[in-house]
Design a protein around this ligand. Structure first.
Ligand SMILES: *Cc1c(COP(=O)(O)O)cnc(C)c1O
Length: 369
């Protein structure tokens, strides 16, 4: 691998392929696979990742917002794209880019019907989301009569799937709650079919759902975090490989005398003689201030080095006392050999947040195609 000369986010597409195959091995061969690439493919690069996933043969791709889907279409992605949270003001963009919206309330259903009529659409594919306990987005069971009344004799729409989302799929202590969500989803599906006389395909599982409730895979599963190498549990992390590795280098090394301070507001005061290293990345790159003041550490020549003092906009300082290192040496912030899940846990957050927050100032470099 070429020597790292600046802060980069390395993307390992072989790891993506491995994770996809591993997740696929957990479900029935005939179950469809939707790959979630919202938020720049969890902070990596949505076009690079979607192109690889398309080659691997995923059945569906999902993004959160219409603009994210348009970028994929402009890059030549042909796979069906589900837009999880398209805003009604963007429905014309949805249609122009052949994106398939999730409709989740009477208001947005009416809005989409209006737009598809204006755009002269026939049987436009949509997906209906039902709320089974997350209480975030979704029709309620009581809306089925309303939906039936709206779509009856209307030729503009075709309901391709109905779906729901688990609130605590990674949390075994909430197993009963998750099972109840699955049961209500099945009940909704039955009622839906009996009232609308159609049988759209069904999906409710995210990554942890695939691991913990595979019996509820229905006709499709939706995976995001697992594809990027994290499984919300140590035993699944061990089977998956991080796609993104945030690497940087040591810009400068300082010898700090006892009682000297490091960084803004003198937040770090040296208890003894210290060796510190300054790294070229900061909160503008996605490493929030909560990672500072000894909370989280990075990897320098295979040794853990805590981030000391306040995280600056463009730099962080780390304590490398006792670590054999020099200016120009490579540093791993998270990724291969230094799990993003553990790095995030050091500041009480989750892998999803640190991954999706790496800003576009950081160059993306594909290492293994
Ligand atoms: C983000 C998202 C997913 C993916 O969840 P992971 O835990 O990353 O697998 C699936 N479904 C919906 C509705 C989502 O918003």
């Amino acid at each position: 691998m070429p020597k790292v000369k600046e802060t980069i986010l390395e993307l390992d597409l072989e790891a993506l392929e491995h994770n996809y195959n591993y997740l696929r091995s957990k479900i029935h061969p005939s179950t469809m696979f939707l790959a979630v690439v919202k938020a720049f493919a969890y902070g990596s690069d949505s076009v690079i990742i979607a192109k690889k996933l398309e080659k691997l043969g995923v059945d569906y791709i999902a993004v959160a917002y219409a603009h994210e889907g348009r970028v994929l279409r402009e890059a030549g992605i042909k796979t069906p794209i589900l837009v999880l949270h398209a805003q009604p003001s963007n429905y014309a963009m949805v249609i122009k880019n052949c994106l398939e919206p999730s409709l989740y309330s009477p208001r947005v259903l009416r809005e989409f019907l209006k737009t598809s009529k204006t755009e002269k659409q026939k049987a436009y594919p949509v997906h209906l989301k039902f709320n089974t306990g997350l209480n975030r987005l979704g029709f309620s069971e009581n809306d089925i009569d309303y939906i039936a009344g709206q779509v009856e004799d209307r030729k503009e729409l075709k309901i391709k799937s109905i779906f729901s989302h688990l609130a605590a799929s990674e949390d075994k202590s909430e197993e009963e709650f998750s099972q109840n969500q699955i049961k209500s989803f099945e009940k909704i599906a039955e009622e839906f079919t009996s009232k609308l006389k159609i049988r759209p395909f069904m999906h409710i599982l995210n990554t942890s759902g695939i691991f913990n409730y595979p019996e509820a895979q229905f006709q499709m599963v939706r995976s995001g975090i697992g594809l990027y190498g994290y499984g919300n549990e140590v035993r699944y992390d061990a089977k998956l490989r991080p796609v993104a590795t945030l690497k940087t280098i040591i810009s400068q090394i300082h010898k700090i005398e006892p009682n000297e301070s490091v960084g803004y507001n003198r937040a770090f005061i040296a208890g003894g003689t210290k060796k510190t290293a300054t790294l070229p990345l900061g909160h503008a790159d996605g490493i929030g201030r909560q990672y500072g003041n000894g909370k989280a550490s990075v990897l320098v020549n295979n040794m853990e080095a805590p981030i000391i003092g306040n995280v600056c906009m463009d730099m962080i300082m780390i304590d490398v006392t006792g670590i054999d290192c020099k200016e120009g040496d490579e540093v791993i912030v998270f990724g291969k050999g230094h799990s993003a899940e553990i790095f995030a846990a050091q500041v009480n957050t989750i892998s999803y947040e640190i991954l999706s927050g790496i800003s576009y100032r950081v160059k993306r470099v594909v290492t293994r195609v």
